[in-house]
Ligand binder design. Structure first.
Ligand code: ZN
Length: 437
């Protein structure tokens, strides 16, 4: 069993149910009021730091990063809206979604008609609170269910938003898990959304558990797990790491991995990066899934794959953003994300990484005619004509210095792990020699 398998992860970490472990972390992170900058991101990173070797970086407000400027830091202590009858109709303490992210500080009284432009709801889902944020345009607002909004009485409302927008910094964290090689795999998740579970506490939790396993096992690549605010966080990271980007061999943005939909993999902009092929291969052998070509929408693959960087970074998710009704609303909650879906996502990503870790080119050391397997005991107890023998035949037939194991898996229609197992046996019996990888 490869150490890049869910069962191995559970055993090495001593976790009975990896899906539940991720769900428990999501539950802990859920109430925190996160935004593009501020203490919510720091608090989130501190929780991840308990189990991950996280390095946190602070990028001062006003810093030029590529074509952008790091915004002022936003923090909020309390925020509420009181109706004329004294009832509190929106309160940050009840849900971080009630306050529009990046709301400027304000303390005022105003009639309902003047308040209305600052109130946001979802008429098509009258019981859900929408998620809104305005990090680049000074504004303030409250979000509430459409049902609550429709019942607001006329009269004078009291608004109290005790927030601050001031020079501070933008925070991101990364965990670097060294492998034998200094070639890197970049896995990134955004950390700037408040109480939303699929988008994107699910991605954070998945990388957290994956990182814990990577810290315990031997691996070829050096893994860089990046937890950064969307867009400006990734841009800050790129600006800071420009000289080292050449080391990145593979990468994925990991997001929306807890809903019950099937897995969707969005290719890198290159379209034929090894991770694109590895994902297509693994998902084809796992069952229902969808492959998509790169588009300049979505998450930080927009930055990583921009033409000036063109990194081999795809996006690994289940149902894409905006394609599930609960997206960016209070219904993206602890019930939408399930331990089973989280575990399935982690198992699939591990299988993709397993391909990247073990893909390599070999030379058949007995290439003239087929070698006599029976005499050498290559198959052990496995039957002649069975899957292992077929995999052995494919590996021998294409280990000509030009084809790697993933090429052979694709050609043969056999799963990579079987091709890899066959190659390992052939190496042990001196029938195969590693060329590179
Ligand atoms: Zn989002």
């Amino acid at each position: 069993m490869s150490s890049f398998a869910l069962e191995s992860l559970a055993a090495s970490l001593g976790i009975a149910d990896p899906g539940q472990a991720m769900h428990d972390l999501i539950r802990e992170l859920y109430p925190i009021c996160r935004a593009v900058t501020g203490d919510g991101v720091r608090e989130t990173l501190r929780i991840l730091e308990r189990e991950l070797p996280l390095e946190t970086r602070e990028v001062p407000s006003g810093t030029r990063v590529l074509d952008w400027v790091v915004p002022q830091e936003w923090n909020v202590r309390e925020a509420w809206l009181r109706a004329p009858n004294g009832q509190i109709v929106a309160d940050l303490r009840r849900s971080s979604l009630h306050l529009m992210g990046y709301s400027v500080p304000i303390k005022t009284r105003l009639p309902l008609a003047e308040l209305r432009p600052h109130l946001h709801s979802l008429p098509e889902h009258p019981d859900w609170i929408p998620y809104k944020s305005s990090p680049y345009r000074p504004d303030w607002g409250f979000c509430l269910s459409h049902r609550a909004l429709e019942q607001l009485p006329e009269g004078e409302y009291e608004v109290s938003i005790d927030s601050s927008l001031a020079n501070g910094s933008l925070t991101y964290g990364e965990a670097i898990l060294p492998g034998w090689s200094d070639e890197e795999v970049l896995l990134a998740s955004h950390v700037c959304h408040p109480s939303l579970c699929n988008d994107n506490l699910s991605g954070i939790a998945l990388l957290w558990l994956l990182g814990r396993q990577l810290g315990r096992i031997e691996h070829r690549y050096t893994y860089r797990l990046l937890f950064a605010p969307v867009t400006i966080g990734a841009i800050s990271w790129l600006a800071h790491n420009e000289k080292d980007l050449g080391r990145i061999r593979h990468g994925a943005v990991v997001t929306l991995v807890g809903d019950p939909g099937h897995i969707t993999y969005k290719r890198s902009r290159r379209g034929d990066a090894p991770i694109d092929r590895a994902a297509a291969h693994v998902l084809a052998h796992r069952g229902p899934h969808e492959l998509r070509d790169w588009t300049p929408s979505g998450y930080d693959e927009r930055q990583f794959c921009s033409p000036g960087f063109d990194l081999p970074v795809g996006c690994f998710m289940r149902t894409p953003h905006g394609e599930f009704p609960e997206y960016h609303s209070s219904a993206d909650d602890l019930d939408l994300v399930t331990p089973a879906a989280l575990a399935d996502s982690l198992a699939a990503l591990l299988a993709i990484l397993d391909v990247l870790e073990h893909d390599a080119r070999y030379d058949n050391l007995a290439p003239r005619g087929e070698p006599q397997l029976g005499r050498r005991g290559v198959l052990g107890d496995a039957p002649f004509g069975g899957p292992l023998q077929r995999a052995v035949a494919w590996v021998l037939a294409y280990s000509d210095g030009r084809h790697g194991l993933l090429d052979i898996a694709e050609r043969s229609g056999l799963p990579f792990r079987r091709i890899h197992e066959a190659a390992s046996r052939l190496v042990a019996h001196d029938l195969l020699g590693l060329i590179d990888g």
